[in-house]
Design a binder for this molecule. Structure first.
Ligand code: NI
Length: 221
């Protein structure tokens, strides 16, 4: 006979949080699952929880009403009620990370496409409504290139000036709609002038596409 199922009740399910109340009758279990998000558990009652992990061994944990604990993405287990009374807890998952992780992946592929001088792939990752603010120019923002054709032409111009240009030691981070990449640019102009300079891009996302690339670099003297 299989164990009864723990009962999930969804309280919140939006683009930032998923809050699920899990109710366990004695002997009930969740079934095997892998957590796809960071999460916090808040016990709503005391209870005796059984946990079976990937090694197949049964462990125990005491739930204390109102005493929370947190875990990271990737936890895999089957959770059961091994006590004689029902218990329940709130599981609060941070789901906003999902979009941020996708955007981080876009930024990594965007950097790779720049180093490959792959203009088609760069433009695939660029929003329809887009702009590129260059690191130099007459305007406060640097030279502004607005719209896909202008942005494409400006990017093509960079590859034309620096046929060997590379953005080395690239790093990336994301917070909400704003991504930051920083790197050391190394390249030689068609006239043979070698350039090596640190810089960064502040990227503004629209969904999973890059809407604005705002470039900065050190002024070497
Ligand atoms: Ni779990």
């Amino acid at each position: 006979m299989s164990a009864p199922q723990a009962e999930p009740v969804t309280h919140i399910d939006d683009d930032r949080f998923r809050v699920t109340e899990w109710r366990f009758a004695p002997g009930a279990e969740t079934g095997w699952h892998v957590h796809g998000h960071d999460y916090v558990v808040v016990p709503l009652s005391d209870g005796q929880m059984g946990l079976v992990g990937p090694d197949g061994k049964q462990a125990q944990a005491q739930l204390k009403q109102g005493i929370p604990y947190s875990r990271r993405t990737g936890v895999a287990h089957n959770v059961s009620n091994i006590g004689e009374t029902p218990f329940s807890f709130l599981e609060i998952e941070v789901v906003e990370n999902e979009l941020e992780q996708k955007r981080l992946d876009v930024m990594r592929r965007f950097s790779a496409a720049w180093n490959a001088h792959d203009l088609e792939t760069i433009m695939e990752m660029t929003a329809d409504d887009c702009a590129f603010h260059a690191s130099a120019g007459t305007e406060a923002e640097g030279a502004r290139h607005v719209g896909r054709e202008a942005v494409r032409a400006a990017y093509a111009g960079i590859f034309a000036v620096f046929p060997d240009g590379q953005w080395t030691n690239g790093k990336a981070m994301i917070s909400g709609d704003t991504g930051l990449t920083w790197w050391r640019f190394v390249g030689t102009t068609v006239e043979g002038k070698k350039v090596e300079v640190d810089g960064c891009d502040i990227l503004t996302f629209a969904g999973e596409k890059i809407a604005v690339k705002d470039s900065y670099r050190k002024a070497r003297s």
